[in-house]
Design a protein around this ligand. Sequence first.
Ligand SMILES: Cc1cc2nc3c(=O)[nH]c(=O)nc-3n(C[C@H](O)[C@H](O)[C@H](O)COP(=O)(O)O)c2cc1C
Length: 272
Amino acid sequence: MSTEGQASPPGATPLAETPLPDDVVGLLEGMSTTRAIRRYRDEPVPPEALRAMLFAATRAPSGSNRQPFRFVVLTDGPKAAAAKQLLAEAGRRVWSAKKVRDRYGEGSGTVANSPKARMARSMQRYVDRLDRAPVLVLPCLVRYREPSPTEGASIYPACQNLLLAARALGYGGVMTGFQALVEDHLRALLGIPEGVAMACTITLGRPEGRHGPVRRRPLDELVFEESWGQPARFAVDPPGTRHTSAGPPRSAGAAKPPLPAGAHTAERKRES
Ligand SMILES: Cc1cc2nc3c(=O)[nH]c(=O)nc-3n(C[C@H](O)[C@H](O)[C@H](O)COP(=O)(O)O)c2cc1C
């Protein structure tokens, strides 16, 4: 199967005889530094890189090794253009609602260089240019039984493998749930059958500009030993770990009733 619009040029070694590219980022480093990348250079992702990313994705684990994951990859054909348009429109709707709901225009959101204002700019730019993302991947799950809360465990590890492989090769991407708003249109456009769940949307490309460090809570807040709430003795952040205050207010870490389905809280960390 060839990649839409990106057949090997005449004289090029066929992919079947080409090993995967060298990975210059170690596994641990890659896992610790991979971020959501929302800004891409206007350049295509070559077939060798796409092949490597999708190969890594499809080596992911799944329940009983059923391998129910499928990836619809869209680059530069007419369907790619249509799908990107649909998702850009969906993204703009999601972001407009979120901007208001999470008060991005208030408090520190009005201070030009605050994390909240930077996040808002990055999100706006992302949805404004989503139709130009070099690669769109729609990861899907072929259901073999009734939907269950754990079924995502057979598709999201593959998605993360994809993002890690992108990082390993100097690319980057981000997962969103934008497909949910235009699912019927995407199914019709791409021929995605009933019984196949559309798990998420991933855009990929060569990152534009510099991207800061991953911001996560300190290990001892997130890892327990022996009993809930008791920090593990080994839970010590390595030297140089920074930005460990990122995330929702501390009290939000306590166990409490879940938010309604569909609420995306990741960016609420940028509180006023
Ligand atoms: C389940 C899931 C849903 C996400 N949905 C969105 C989304 O709708 N829009 C978006 O811009 N980013 C989305 N993201 C990316 C997260 O916002 C991002 O990973 C998080 O804020 C941490 O940022 P970092 O990866 O740059 O450290 C999602 C990530 C996950 C895992």
